[in-house]
Design a protein around this ligand. Structure first.
Ligand code: ADP
Length: 504
């Protein structure tokens, strides 16, 4: 017998057989062995089964525990949802803490509907606000444009009266009138610019120009104003500064002019320095710092935050004392932002102020620099006796003023009330220059210029325009206009431009 006998089998054998019988019969012995093995296997299976049943129990209780935890979490989650919905539920409807999932879904759906409705109302309100803002911009734009025309008349007439009357007392009044009209003109330009920037309607041009030349011109044109306050403007430009750049010279001019004008305004008997430092010149991109320094009154630390706010001046008395609108720095900042730059300043009361910014601009290697702002304040008007000018203009007051002003320089003015008459007169007569208004009835200045250019490529055509919009001017340049003068024009500027084309 190989394995010990199972206790049950042993008992049966003891009861019915003797060990002798089994040992004597090999068949019986084999049979008992098989039965014994079966018993033992059964025991083993039973043991295994019990063991696995015990294991399942353990697993089951673990799963159960986990399920309970999940359930608790779910309940907590549900409570939180109810709590959140209570907060969302602006009608204040009572929610019972035991709300079933279906109820919750209903409530959620209702809340979603309310929020959607609210969102669409918000969108509508936003759309209306945007429309109102557009209307406001449009209104401001039209108004500023319309105001320019009568202002043109005022400025022109003041100029003529100043020349025609020599009486001292009269002269003083005229000076005040002239100053006020000029301020009004600057204000309107500022509003128009600000408005355009706000409406995102300003595009930055990419024009090759000479930055050094631009700064020199600015210093030159503001020198007269600077001398009024006994100030001196000086340039401090790095010797290695690369001036041939590509950007928007008109806007850069506006930025630097704003800063230098402020420096002049807030400084007496001092020095204004325009400083340019070359910081890097890598891969045809020039990075440089422009600083406008003054030795003026300075800005109080308390007002550091305010000065870049629209219509804001450091102190309320500033406007009375120094004039201005508080738009200059806002426009400057926004224009610089359009040029991917930021404006900074340092200031100390009684010591002075420095405004500065950094630009990274592509270097111009291929093109000739265009744009020169060649207006010189100290320019003396020239006698242009014998010069023949065709004035194409429809506004009666503008005509009178232009005729009077040019009459002082002995210019022979021929008049055309619209573009069509202008073209006809041009075909019949000979002129040195055509002065062309751009917006006119019957035929506008663009069309008239195009027709004249088809016949004559050389005749200088100077556009007279009330619109300072660069878009219009671009178009004018494209159709062959040589120069433009923005109304109300500065008589000195007109004289200078006419003289340029007067070949005696
Ligand atoms: P405006 O000059 O038309 O009043 P700005 O926006 O150009 O408006 O300037 C806002 C204010 O910042 C000015 O009113 C002045 O108080 C202050 N400010 C600007 N530049 C200077 C400066 N160089 N020195 C002293 N204060 C200045």
């Amino acid at each position: 017998m190989e394995s010990p006998l199972h206790r049950h089998l042993n008992r049966q054998i003891e009861k019915y057989l003797s060990q002798q019988d089994i040992q004597n019969s090999p068949d019986l012995s084999a049979f008992v062995e098989v039965i014994n093995q079966t018993y033992l296997n059964y025991d083993k299976d039973a043991e295994l089964f019990e063991h696995s049943a015990r294991l399942n129990d353990k697993e089951y209780s673990e799963i159960n525990k986990k399920l309970k935890e999940e359930l608790q979490k779910k309940e907590l989650f549900q409570e939180k949802i109810i709590e959140a919905i209570k907060q969302l539920n602006e009608d204040g409807n009572e929610l019972d803490g035991q709300a079933g999932l279906l109820d919750l879904i209903k409530i959620l759906n209702r809340e979603i509907d309310i929020k959607k409705d609210f969102q669409s109302k918000l969108n509508l309100a936003k759309e209306m606000a945007e429309k109102a803002n557009d209307a406001k911009s449009e209104f401001l734009s039209i108004m500023s444009h319309e105001i320019r025309t009568p202002l043109n008349a005022i400025i022109g007439l003041v100029y003529i009266m100043e020349k025609e009357n020599t009486l001292e007392s009269f002269h003083e009044n005229i000076e005040v009138l002239k100053h006020s009209a000029q301020n009004l003109f600057l204000l309107i330009n500022d509003i128009l610019d600000f408005n355009k920037i706000e409406a995102g309607k300003i595009d930055i041009e990419k024009i090759p120009f000479d930055f050094k030349e631009l700064v020199k011109q600015i210093a030159k044109s503001l020198q007269v104003k600077a001398t009024e306050n006994l100030n001196r403007i000086q340039l401090d430009i790095d010797a290695d500064f690369e001036p041939n750049l590509i950007s928007d010279p008109l806007r850069l001019n506006q930025i630097i002019t704003n800063l230098v004008s402020n420096a002049i305004k807030f400084t007496k008997n001092g020095i204004i320095t325009i400083q340019i430092n070359q910081m890097a010149l890598i891969d045809d991109v020039s990075t440089f710092k422009v600083a406008v320094k003054d030795t003026g009154i300075g800005i109080d630390k308390d007002n550091f935050q305010n000065i870049f706010q629209k219509f804001s001046q450091a102190e309320t008395k500033t406007s009375r004392q120094f004039g201005g609108t508080g738009l200059g720095l806002v426009i400057t900042k926004k224009l610089l932002n359009l040029l991917h730059s930021e404006i900074y300043f340092d200031s100390q009361i009684g010591v002075g102020t420095t405004f500065y910014f950094t630009l990274s601009l592509p270097v111009n290697k291929r093109y000739d620099a265009v744009f020169t702002q060649d207006l010189q304040e100290d320019y003396t008007e020239q006698n242009l006796e014998g010069m023949r000018v065709l004035l194409v203009e429809d506004n009666l007051i503008n005509i009178k003023i232009a005729q009077k002003i040019m009459g002082q320089w002995n210019v022979i003015v021929d008049l055309a009330e619209n573009g069509l008459i202008g073209v006809q007169k041009f075909e019949k007569n000979t002129y040195d220059v055509v002065l062309m208004d751009l917006s006119m009835p019957v035929m506008d200045g663009y069309e008239a210029t195009t027709i004249i250019r088809e016949q004559n490529k050389r005749i200088p055509i100077i556009a007279l325009t009330a619109s300072a919009s660069f878009g219009y001017l671009d178009r004018a340049m494209q159709i062959g206009i040589n120069e433009y003068i923005i109304k109300p024009f500065n008589p000195k500027e007109l004289n200078m431009k006419l003289k340029k084309y007067f070949l005696k």
